[in-house]
Design a protein around this ligand. Structure first.
Ligand code: OGA
Ligand code: MN
Length: 215
């Protein structure tokens, strides 16, 4: 039997989601090197570049006065929330919803919504060690990060490091190569982004156990 390419794509994405669920169950994290194919990465990149040219990105740090100073010491990058008004972003958001469904089936995480954003790190930008969900207090249950950087060389820096809760021992390192997806339980792993010598683009997402916030 010949499967249509749409069916093949669905089977592949299903297998990836099952592999992610297994990784989260057994060790709390996992990475997949070909979560998106080159064409899918390219489409997301083109949409991102158009929005960047239009001036839609804003600095990642939030807060005012002292708070802003502290935030800027920890994190330097620009960001823009994904929007379903654009085809590649819409289809990525659907994938995050499908991943949430699979994780709910296998891990009973009660995931109900997801949020995703483009994160742009210019050379010299970084994200020092931090928790996405400190002491399991936040509705962010699973962190997922997709990368869009072709031909990444480990010498370029920009790696994601996952640490043990002691915030010292590195337990996993992921290169931000195009198509690679990293995934971990948000309340279990402090993590950081190493300074890169070239531009680095990522799409972090949080799979959440609450309803979407409608502003
Ligand atoms: C984040 C984050 C990791 C990465 O945006 O909270 O930790 O590899 N990103 O970009
Ligand atoms: Mn983070």
């Amino acid at each position: 039997m010949v499967l249509s390419s749409t069916v093949c794509k669905e089977v592949k994405s299903d297998q990836n989601h099952k592999a992610i669920a297994d990784g989260l169950l057994t060790q709390g994290f996992c990475s997949i090197s070909d979560y998106l194919n080159p064409a899918e990465c390219q489409n997301l990149t083109l949409e991102m570049e158009a929005l960047e040219k239009a001036g839609s990105f804003r600095p990642a740090y939030v807060g005012q006065g002292d708070k802003l100073q502290i935030a800027a010491k920890i994190r330097q990058s620009s960001l823009l929330w994904l929007s379903s008004n654009y085809a590649a972003q819409a289809s990525y958001k659907v994938k995050m919803a499908q991943l949430s469904n699979e994780l709910n089936k296998q891990l009973f995480l009660g995931l109900r919504s997801s949020e995703s954003f483009f994160a742009l790190y210019n050379p010299g930008d970084y994200y020092k060690i931090h928790w996405d969900n400190f002491q399991h207090l936040s509705p962010r249950k699973v962190t997922v990060v997709l990368y869009l950087n072709q031909n990444w060389n480990p010498k370029d820096g920009g790696q994601l490091h996952l640490f043990a809760p002691d915030e010292t021992t590195i337990i996993a390192t992921v290169q931000p190569e195009a198509g690679t997806l990293a995934c971990f339980l948000s309340g279990d792993f402090p993590h950081s982004v190493v300074v890169a010598s070239r531009r680095r683009v990522a799409i972090p997402s949080w799979l959440r156990a609450d309803d979407p916030i409608i502003l």
